[in-house]
Write a protein that binds this ligand. Sequence first.
Ligand code: GDP
Ligand code: MN
Length: 389
Amino acid sequence: MKIHEYQAKEILKGCGVPVPKGKVAETPEEARKVAEEIGGKAIVVKAQIHAGGRGKGGGVKLVSTPQEAEKAAKEILGMTLVTHQTGSSGRVVRKVLVEEGMKIKEELYLGVVIDRSKASPVVMASREGGVEIEKVAAQTPEKIVKEWIDPLMGFKPFHANKIGYGLGLEPGQVGKMRSVLSGLYKAFYEKDCLLAEINPLVLTESGDFIALDAKLNFDDNGLFRHKEISSLRDLNEEVPLEVEASRYNLNYIKLDGNVGCMVNGAGLAMATMDIIKVVGAEPANFLDVGGGATVEMVKNGFRILMSDPDVKVVFINIFGGILRCDTLAKGVTEAVAEVKVNLPVVVRLEGTNVEEGRRILNQSGLNFTVAIGMKEAAQKVAEALKTLG
Ligand code: GDP
Ligand code: MN
């Protein structure tokens, strides 16, 4: 799960990371009031969307009076912000963060993620932070200092020292950065994050470190023990069909192609997408109905999959283990009869009660192509696409 910058800053602040004074606003008037409260001659108005690259996309404006803050908020609120992380359709901005502006001497990067190959969190830092960090990682990776943290030992002062001196900071600066680093790690660890990032962490002209931007992504599997974080979810930022699917405990992921995929299990989903690509097609989505799906869940899943206008052919690929093939077949035939599908549907079933499942499909009077084996099924999907032109 993702949250907004203003929410991430609240959490980091609670962990002892210094952040600029500021507040979120939903109208230009509110933005002006926040700017008045902050005072001073430098104000920043920032679009709040669940994507980075806002600076380059025109979603961050520096102003110097509350009136200008109001005007900037008016321009940003309601705009469709397109950045390298939003895709070409962009995101509508519904909130802005209004903050005190900083006198920036240097922009650094700090991040914590899990390094799966070492089975431990890794803290990354660079003095070349800011909007070009992707370029730094690609072109000059030696400018990124990394420190792996034993999760049982936790983040210790010596880790911070290694990072700080590794970056070539002065001793006084290393001391200041230590509390930022341990605060960031604390947030990452205690809140079950997949990613905790400050980019940029700025060194101000007065010599302090302040988190100018913040990003926290959470592991959904850990959310049950963080009710306060679940409540920060912003459904406006999520793909509507993905939200609907999550309501029925279905896993639905939107992709760019035109083959709608219904599968059970993430491994089979990967294999299905691979084989679709092998026959020269592209998946439009994948919908994982999971192991213990009911007829009702299969029906809802199929309906969700069909409401994606990009879907031209449906590929149902099920290995019946706990989810029995007859249950799947019943759900799909009921859904097809209700939704009045007129797209080609290719079904490949294997496993428990497979004969019964195939019989239900064949006798439904509906237009299914039942295939034996994944390869044959994928080829039938490709043929169906060709016939459509
Ligand atoms: P992102 O582009 O979505 O990552 O948004 P950021 O919050 O990182 O802002 C992008 C850039 O805007 C930063 O790297 C800074 O250069 C600039 N910026 C943001 N806040 C301030 C500020 O208070 N003062 C100044 N001078 N620049 C700022
Ligand atoms: Mn940033």
